[in-house]
Design a protein around this ligand. Structure first.
Ligand code: 7LY
Length: 339
């Protein structure tokens, strides 16, 4: 008897690949395309007060479609559970990768950080602030590309990215001074600070601000007291210090960051931060879906454009994934679905 009857026939469940506080992540195969996915399973009772984080995360992920953001394919909600069908990221957390290598050399850190800046520039352009940027929330796909996750704390300020927030959230070691002082802050500016902490962690293998006592930690953050290890280059120290500015207005804005010399050296092109996903629907995917479901192309387009994040949405996105990976845009069975 299947433990999750809601998935039966649609996904073939495999091993649990991670279980955190409120969620269990299982590897699965999407039956129609054969593609691997990760399914994040959350029990509403266990979530309790955290339940709003899930609705925030789902709403945000439905609006975000980017090569460096973990894609949401389908949402299944029952009276007791949420199932989020997500992009498969088999190289795990960036955090574990840094730990496994002690610290990254400049060229590798630059590659990762360019992708992180692209993802953050995109979510800010969409009007979101992540507010919990840290290596645990950066996964790696099979090609070691960065995939940003966990939009449970993200904010989409009503009055746009220029309006102030007050909620204290995120992980202390990555939190900006104005955030831990309980002052009003701009989401984009706290993300800039967190990126500074992230870049430091990539290049050093440890955190700029760390202390067993939370009050000592807060003091170090508020006074911006951190040291550079001797192996850091002048370029990387200069960039980190431009992000770890106590005064949020002095932090380097994202637009400057995209063409910062340390991020463009040896690459000589500014960071392409815009989404590589086209706005319009992909014809090959629509055709394959229409054949499978025995519908006309225009009927299929109309259904997909409702973005219901049901099994059809997931099948569309996974066909698109196949196409982007140079695989044939084919479903495993082509006969029209028996209703
Ligand atoms: O596909 C995901 N994870 C994942 C898949 C396969 C493998 C690994 C990891 C590493 C462990 N060895 C087995 C290979 C995967 C995808 C999305 C999300 C996700 C998206 N929003 N929220 C969560 C979480 C995911 O995982 C969490 C995780 C599990 C074990 C360790 C590291 C990370």
């Amino acid at each position: 008897m299947s433990l999750y009857p809601e998935l039966k026939g649609f996904y073939h469940l495999r091993e649990t690949i991670g279980s955190g506080g409120f969620a269990k992540v299982k590897l699965a195969y999407h039956a129609l395309s054969g593609e691997k996915v990760a399914i994040k399973i959350m029990d509403k009772k266990t979530l309790g007060a955290e339940l709003p984080r899930v609705t925030t995360e789902i709403a945000a992920m439905k609006e975000l479609c980017h090569q460096h953001i973990c894609k949401l394919f389908q949402v299944i909600e029952t009276e007791t559970k949420f199932f989020l069908v997500l992009e498969y990221c088999p190289e795990g957390e960036l955090f574990d990768y840094i730990v496994s290598k002690d610290r990254l050399d400049e060229s590798e850190a630059q590659i990762f950080f360019r992708q992180i800046v692209a993802a953050v520039a995109y979510i800010h352009d969409c009007g979101f602030a992540h507010r919990d940027l840290k290596p645990e929330n950066l996964l790696l796909d099979e090609d070691q590309n960065i995939k940003l996750i966990d939009f449970g704390l993200c904010a989409k300020p009503k009055g746009g990215m220029e309006s102030l927030l007050t909620t204290l959230c995120g992980s202390p070691a990555y939190a900006a001074p104005e955030l831990i002082s309980g002052k009003q802050y701009l989401g984009s500016e706290v993300d800039q600070w967190s990126m500074g902490v992230l870049l430091y962690a990539l290049l050093c293998g440890f955190l700029p601000f760390d202390d067993e006592s939370i009050t000592q930690l807060y003091k170090k953050i508020k006074t911006g007291s951190y040291k550079f290890p001797e192996w850091l280059s002048d370029g990387s120290k200069e960039l980190i210090s431009q992000l770890l500015q106590i005064d949020p207005k002095k932090r380097i804005p994202i637009a400057e960051l995209l063409k910062h010399p340390w991020l463009t050296k040896n690459v000589n092109v500014p960071i392409e931060w815009k989404s590589k996903y086209k706005k319009s629907l992909d014809d090959d995917c629509i055709t394959e879906l229409a054949v499978h479901y025995g519908k006309t192309r225009s009927q299929m387009e109309e259904e997909i454009l409702q973005w219901k994040y049901d099994y059809q949405t997931a099948t569309y996105f996974l066909l698109l994934e196949k196409k982007m990976k140079g695989k044939p845009v084919r479903l495993l069975c082509r006969h029209p679905a028996r209703n």
